[in-house]
Design a protein around this ligand. Structure first.
Ligand SMILES: [Zn+2]
Length: 424
């Protein structure tokens, strides 16, 4: 979901979204770890949770101690059975969770660009290009029966889903877990490059394979796995818990997240959500540290279309530069004039690097010292990190010529799309 910054639902000022990653293989462990985090969040005292601790110094990256439910020791025991105690329960849960993720991947919920501003047809009227979303609704209902028997489920604007798990204490601000049902398409030209077909949901020793296994059916199912387990254990939240699952995040959420947000706002939740968690960058590991990073930014973007018309003619007596030649020069000029990399104090990447510098003994020694003294070493740090494309574009507005068309027959009308992904 884009543009989460200054989200009107949030009562905290820090934005909580992520820079997107497009990968196509996921470990079950990622989903399970998310599940653990969600489970903890659901039943923990919030006083030590970092998102809510306004006095946590990011300069030193203090880590709060782990919290455990004070009144429900059985939740901790069950958590340990699932995650820390290999045995029948542990094995059965992991296997079943992987199978459910596999099933989810097998349902094609691709969002296509032409659906971006297409209002859903009324209920009951077939819409073949979105029927996978309705199948996904049915799948969730059949695989998470206790959740559906306990939480209120609403279908908003035909496709997005909103679940409400009413808390026992209405004076507490609710929390919101978000995900999205849809995925990006799979270009036919790339089909033979997949280790396993993109909608196979193939399970091997380590991975569940397919489109959506990372982005982001894994987190959607992790949320529901956690809720289903908690309902099974007769857990009753104090805070109201909302689950909001968009249906068209990959095409900007105009028919999905927008309606979910409007619904929540219409219920008086402006500035009343204690925190929300959406898809994130996952775990990053080094020999000395495993870091579960909370995504706090997402790039915005703008599409620019450049069209050129030139007089027609014949290639036996061509002008020196055809429209194709002129556009080629424009493209070269754009590519030769990149934005610069900046690592300002407000860039969450800097906070992340500082945190790593404090905790990761395996981090490059020079970088570790430099990011902790950034005022002195800023430019050198930027230069050093810019060698890595992933890092560079955490610090730099990117631009890419994505689409090009023209040269069909006549010499006129040749156009291209230029996408600017904007880092702020
Ligand atoms: Zn996503």
């Amino acid at each position: 979901m884009s543009d989460i910054k200054n989200h009107p639902l949030l009562s905290i000022s820090r934005e909580t979204h992520q820079t997107k990653q497009r990968r196509w293989v996921s470990t079950v462990a990622t989903a399970i770890t998310s599940l653990f985090l969600i489970t903890l969040v659901c039943h923990s005292s919030f006083s030590t949770f970092p998102l809510l601790s306004t006095n946590v110094s990011l300069k030193t990256c203090e880590q709060p101690s782990a919290t455990a439910p004070e009144t429900r020791a059985d939740l901790t025991q069950n958590y340990n059975k699932i995650f820390n105690q290999p045995g029948p329960f542990h094995d059965a849960f992991r296997k079943a969770a992987a199978e459910r993720l596999s099933e989810a991947i097998q349902i094609n919920t691709v969002s296509y660009d032409f659906l971006r501003n297409k209002t859903p047809l009324p209920d009951g009227v077939p819409e073949p290009s979105r029927e996978g979303i309705l199948k996904f609704h049915d799948f969730l209902e059949s695989r998470f029966p206790k959740t559906h028997a306990t939480l209120q489920r609403e279908v908003i604007n035909r496709y997005p889903l909103l679940y409400t798990w009413k808390g026992s204490d209405q004076s507490l601000e609710p929390i919101l877990f978000m995900s999205h049902i849809d995925t990006v398409p799979v270009p036919n030209a790339t089909l033979d490059q997949w280790s396993h077909p993109p909608f196979s949901g193939h399970i091997d020793e380590q991975y569940v394979w397919g489109r959506g296994s990372v982005d982001t059916k894994s987190t959607l199912l992790a949320i529901l796995e956690a809720v289903e387990l908690l309902v099974t254990l007769d857990f009753q939240p104090k805070r109201t818990v909302y689950l909001a699952f968009g249906s068209d995040e990959e095409i900007s959420g105009h028919q999905g997240a927008k309606f979910l947000a409007q619904t929540l706002l219409s219920r008086g939740l402006k500035n009343r959500i204690a925190f929300l968690i959406d898809e994130g960058p996952g775990l990053s590991t080094s020999p000395s540290l495993t870091l579960a990073e909370i995504g706090t930014q997402e790039k915005g973007y703008t599409d620019v279309r450049i069209s050129i018309s030139t007089p027609g003619g014949h290639s036996s007596i061509p002008p020196d530069h055809t429209s194709i030649g002129v556009l080629a020069e424009i493209i070269s000029a754009i590519e030769n004039n990149q934005y610069t990399s900046e690592l300002g104090d407000e860039n969450p990447l800097l906070e992340s690097l500082r945190c790593r510098a404090v905790w990761d003994e395996g981090m490059d020694r020079w970088l570790r010292r430099a990011v902790l003294d950034i005022g002195r070493w800023r430019r050198k740090v930027v230069n050093r990190l810019s060698g890595d494309l992933w890092m560079r574009y955490m610090m730099q507005t990117s631009q890419a010529v994505d689409l090009i068309e023209g040269g069909v027959k006549g010499w006129f009308l040749f156009g291209m799309y230029l996408r600017h992904n904007i880092t702020e």
